[in-house]
Design a protein around this ligand. Structure first.
Ligand SMILES: C[S@@+](CC[C@H](N)C(=O)[O-])C[C@H]1O[C@@H](n2cnc3c(N)ncnc32)[C@H](O)[C@@H]1O
Length: 314
């Protein structure tokens, strides 16, 4: 299958990373290798990029692209970026891992949606999987085993779906009759749960439910929370962390983390003296998140919800 993905905010990410000959980078979300290749070209001859992705398709595609580009200053690892420190220990044989920049471009790639086998899209009727790599539970297991309360919470919180409660109820009712196995069956259940006017909206009525279940399947928020402190530790002084997110909950996690690490003390205001001994580790470069230009959104509508935040290690 051909891997198609247009990199989002590539120019802004490269400006934030300002790669120079000899620098080393981590790209935690290789995807279509858009960031990786541009970084790898700019740090020749001695700099290297360590690129991570859970998805085998992304890894195979990137290997082919690198051959075409005749680049060999890359290490590609199939793993979850939540294991970033361990990945570096195992694969960065140079030791003394301190990187000039680490970049994350969260979520799924367009290639996932195009892949008819993967269950990410409700445009095709396929088994309910939605896994980037090997997930602890498939979407089918979540849909058929989780309690109504948990399904409702996830669909409401991750999907920001106002009919979450009704959709969760409909899922639980349906699975009493038979296991929900395909994307088509799930779309049908969602369709039965939401009002008629909701189905006439521009955005497909199952979009938010699918997004929520994908995030739950891949533990996307948990992975993000785990990788941020590791990434900070792996940066050299002056090194930069750049994160592109597409979901308000992801952006909130990134924003709160950066805000916290840019402060010297985290004690409550009322505390007469500092007890936490927290030390400021970064300067925030983007006071407000950067957004894609209108020009970019025209060419690539998928970029419209992107937010880029950048910080520099002290
Ligand atoms: C938006 S794409 C990245 C696109 C890339 N920046 C480019 O320019 O082509 C996100 C990629 O991150 C991968 N991914 C998502 N969560 C991951 C995780 N926790 N660990 C490793 N890879 C992950 C997905 O499989 C997907 O390929």
């Amino acid at each position: 299958m051909q891997y198609k993905h247009i990199s989002v905010m590539l120019r802004e990410v490269l400006e934030a990373m300002h790669p120079e000959a000899g620098d080393n980078f981590i790209d935690g979300t290789l995807g279509g290798a858009g960031y990786t290749i541009e970084l790898a070209k700019r740090i020749l001859p001695e700099g290297k990029v360590l690129s991570i992705d859970l998805d085998n398709l992304a890894i195979q595609n990137a290997k082919n692209k690198l051959k075409e580009e005749e680049l060999d200053n890359l290490i590609i690892v199939q793993d979850n970026f939540r294991n970033m420190k361990e990945i570096v220990q195992k694969n960065w044989l140079e030791g003394g891992a301190s990187f000039s920049g680490i970049v994350l471009d969260l979520g799924l790639s367009s290639a996932h949606l195009d892949d008819k086998e993967r269950g990410f899209s409700f445009q095709f009727d396929t088994p309910l999987k939605m896994e980037f790599g090997k997930a602890e539970e498939t979407t089918e297991e979540i849909v058929n085993n989780w309690s109504e309360k948990d399904l409702s919470r996830v669909i409401r919180e991750y999907g920001e779906e106002k009919y979450a409660y009704k959709i969760a109820q409909a899922i639980v009712d349906k699975r009493k009759e038979k296991t929900i196995k395909t994307t088509g069956e799930l779309v049908e259940v969602v369709g039965e749960a939401v009002p008629a006017f909701y189905k006439r909206k521009r955005i497909h009525f199952a979009t938010k439910t699918f997004q929520a279940l994908r995030m739950a399947t891949n533990g996307e928020l948990e992975s993000l929370e785990e990788v941020l402190p590791q990434a900070l530790d792996l940066l050299a002084p002056g090194g930069r962390l750049a994160i592109v997110s597409f979901h308000s909950l992801e952006d909130r996690i990134v924003k709160n983390f950066l805000r916290q690490e840019s402060k010297d003390c985290l004690c409550p205001k009322e505390a007469p003296i500092c007890q936490c001994n927290h030390e400021k580790k970064i300067n925030i470069i983007t006071r407000k998140a950067l957004m894609p230009t209108q020009e970019e959104i025209k060419i690539n509508p998928r970029a419209r919800s992107a937010k880029l935040r950048v910080a520099e290690k002290i």
